[in-house]
Design a protein around this ligand. Structure first.
Ligand code: ADP
Ligand code: MG
Length: 217
């Protein structure tokens, strides 16, 4: 379970371009929930997701994952949490599909046997094992998104975070990608999706709406 308690995030604190992107944000997300985060552009959705993913810091408040407070941890402790608990669906497609999915395995401190096999299994579970050797820049938008999801799940994290995963897709492909998130959620994983798409949001258990850095519903 994850808990945010009065999180405030300020970009460029104490500088002339200081900007408060999140203000006193509190929420709890239970294990296995499927949550949509919606709100206008600039509302603070990505900022919230980055904090949840432990890839950005914050000034005030507390964030805990499964009872562990994530603040002032060492870089090694952060890396451990990111690697073991969190799968972030990211867009980075310079490599082949297989190489892309192997990245989190290469970062892991634990020696992981059969990295290639694990990565292939992840590609299989998103339905594109046959594209493993293809450079990602030769794949369609939906196929790229599948690679990004395979990469997020290859370490079998308990929580999957995605920032506008269907933003660049047509509605049929969006629906297929949403099916994948639904099936990951059915397997018991927590899934948090930032989205502009009403169709995606309404398939989630819960919708968190952000406006000007605050949760409004
Ligand atoms: P959303 O994802 O909802 O569109 P963001 O979380 O990306 O919004 O951004 C929230 C606000 O914080 C925006 O006004 C944005 O301009 C600002 N912001 C985001 N990243 C930075 C940054 N690195 N430095 C300064 N301001 C930022
Ligand atoms: Mg954003």
């Amino acid at each position: 379970m994850i808990k945010l308690n009065n999180i405030t995030k300020i970009y460029n604190p104490k500088k002339s371009n200081e900007f408060e992107a999140l203000h006193n944000v509190s929420c709890e997300i239970d294990d296995g929930e499927l949550v949509a985060v919606i709100g206008k552009s600039g509302a603070g959705k990505s900022t919230l997701l980055h904090i949840l993913a432990c890839i950005d810091n914050y000034q005030e408040g507390e964030y805990s994952i499964d009872g562990t407070l994530v603040k002032n941890l060492s870089e090694r402790q952060y890396a451990k949490i990111r690697n073991e608990k969190i799968g972030m669906v990211m867009q980075d497609f310079a490599l082949t599909a297989l190489e892309n999915v192997m990245i989190p395995l290469n970062f892991s401190k634990k020696r992981i046997k059969n990295k290639k096999k694990k990565a292939l299994n992840a590609l299989k579970s998103v339905g594109i094992a046959e594209l493993a050797k293809k450079p990602c820049n030769k794949l369609s938008g939906g196929q790229k998104q599948r690679v990004a999801i395979a990469r997020a799940i290859v370490n079998e994290p308990s929580m999957i975070l995605a920032d506008e995963p269907t933003g660049a897709l047509d509605s049929k492909t969006s629906a297929e990608i949403m099916e994948l998130f639904l099936s990951l959620n059915d397997q018991g994983r927590t899934v948090i999706i930032v989205t502009h798409d009403q169709k995606i949001a309404e398939q989630c258990d819960r919708i968190i709406e952000i406006s000007d850095g605050e949760i409004i519903s």
